[in-house]
Design a binder for this molecule. Structure first.
Ligand code: AOF
Ligand code: ZN
Length: 347
């Protein structure tokens, strides 16, 4: 059955409702219930992990029996599992809902399959309505669900000869103002910004996202990884968000912890040891290399050991874009799909 104009308007409304919910461990989801005549009889949205899902939130507005023959318009496929709450597919079936229109499939292994369950119970189901808009809203959540951890960007700035600093450790400024502004915009788009304790001690970074001196509206949560103590007067303590400290080298444990907190994307800012550790662990979905036309020589490499002993172990990247930024050049890249085959020259 094709999606009609009333359902289309209801989806636009459901997407507005979804955006009221918090970003976090659970997705932002909205729901609108239409009577068989096409009137809006209930609205709901998900208020955060542990609270009822959008569908159930909407159904709770209705007296028993009044959803008989109704259409539920939901921004995510109704779930099929008992998690913190019961399966919404079952709640909709039991309420007598005759039709469900939703935007995006639920990627969850346990939670997915709600559409099949609904169809099995004789409910008419249409998927994909305004999926692009829904994806704009919860694309970060979907990606983190699919990865099982936050999406990770590893960024560094380097001289043309691949150095991150001069011999004495000084590194301000390798790149120019356009490149630095670009970094701040991208910091602001991430949920968390990650540095090693070495960088905190060497550079005392504020880890804020700024436009000039002004703070950008969205600030990433600062995360510091490593065993050396952070001085009590370090700039990171003055960040709008309290910093998270991880006294460990186990990056899988760190990313799992951040994922459990609802953090969907990480911006790894270095230094070279931490950036290299993320790359060696296969925890870099995207690389941003800001390359400045300057030569530094010496030992302070932008990356250190990434576990490449021989050329056949090289970490091949595919560049999505080369972006000129004033005199500098940004490479936006991701790991080549099959490093092994590429290294063997088979691709
Ligand atoms: C939500 N809100 O409105 C919908 C969700 O642990 P639970 O029981 O809250 O289940 C969370 C999962 O349920 C979530 O990851 C997603 O796959 C599915 N649908 N979740 O939090 C909602 N419809
Ligand atoms: Zn649900």
């Amino acid at each position: 059955m094709a999606v009609n104009e009333t359902e289309r308007r209801a989806m636009a409304r459901a997407l507005e409702l979804a955006a009221r919910g918090p970003r976090g461990v659970n997705p932002q989801v909205g729901a609108v219930i239409l009577s068989p005549e096409g009137d809006v009889i209930a609205e709901g949205w998900h208020h955060g992990a542990g609270t009822p899902h959008a569908e159930v939130d909407a159904l709770s507005e209705l007296a028993p029996g009044t959803a008989q023959g109704a259409t539920a318009v939901v921004t995510l496929e109704p779930c099929n599992h008992t998690g913190r709450t019961g399966p919404c597919a079952v709640a909709l079936i039991e309420a007598g809902v005759a039709r469900v229109v939703y935007a995006l499939d639920d990627p969850g292994v346990a939670s997915g399959g709600g559409a099949e369950r609904l169809r099995g119970a004789g409910v008419s189901v249409d998927a994909g309505e305004q999926a692009e808009v829904a994806h704009e809203l919860i694309g970060g959540w979907l990606t983190a669900q699919q990865l099982g951890r936050p999406h990770i960007t590893v960024k560094w700035a380097q001289s043309l000869d691949g150095r991150a600093a001069a011999e004495d450790g000084s590194s301000q400024w390798i790149t120019g103002p356009d490149a630095r502004a670009d970094v701040h915009r991208r910091r602001s788009a991430a949920d968390a910004i990650v540095v090693g304790t070495g960088t905190v001690l060497a550079d005392d970074p504020a880890l804020t996202a700024r436009d000039g001196d002004a703070l950008l509206p969205h600030q990433p949560i600062p995360v510091v990884i490593g065993s050396r103590p952070t001085p009590p007067d370090a700039a990171v303590h003055r960040h709008p968000h309290p910093p998270l400290f991880f006294d460990t080298h186990d990056l899988d444990a760190v990313t799992a912890d951040l994922h459990a907190r609802g953090i969907q994307s990480l911006f790894v800012e270095g230094g070279p040891t931490l950036a290299s550790a993320f790359i060696e662990a296969g925890l870099a979905d995207r690389v941003l290399a800001y390359i400045a036309p300057v030569l530094l020589g010496g030992e302070r490499l932008a990356l250190t050991d990434i576990g490449v002993a021989s050329i056949d172990q090289a970490r091949r990247l595919t560049v999505d874009e080369w972006v000129p930024l004033g005199p500098d050049l940004l490479a936006i890249a991701h790991p080549a799909t099959d490093n092994r085959l590429q290294n063997e020259g088979a691709l």
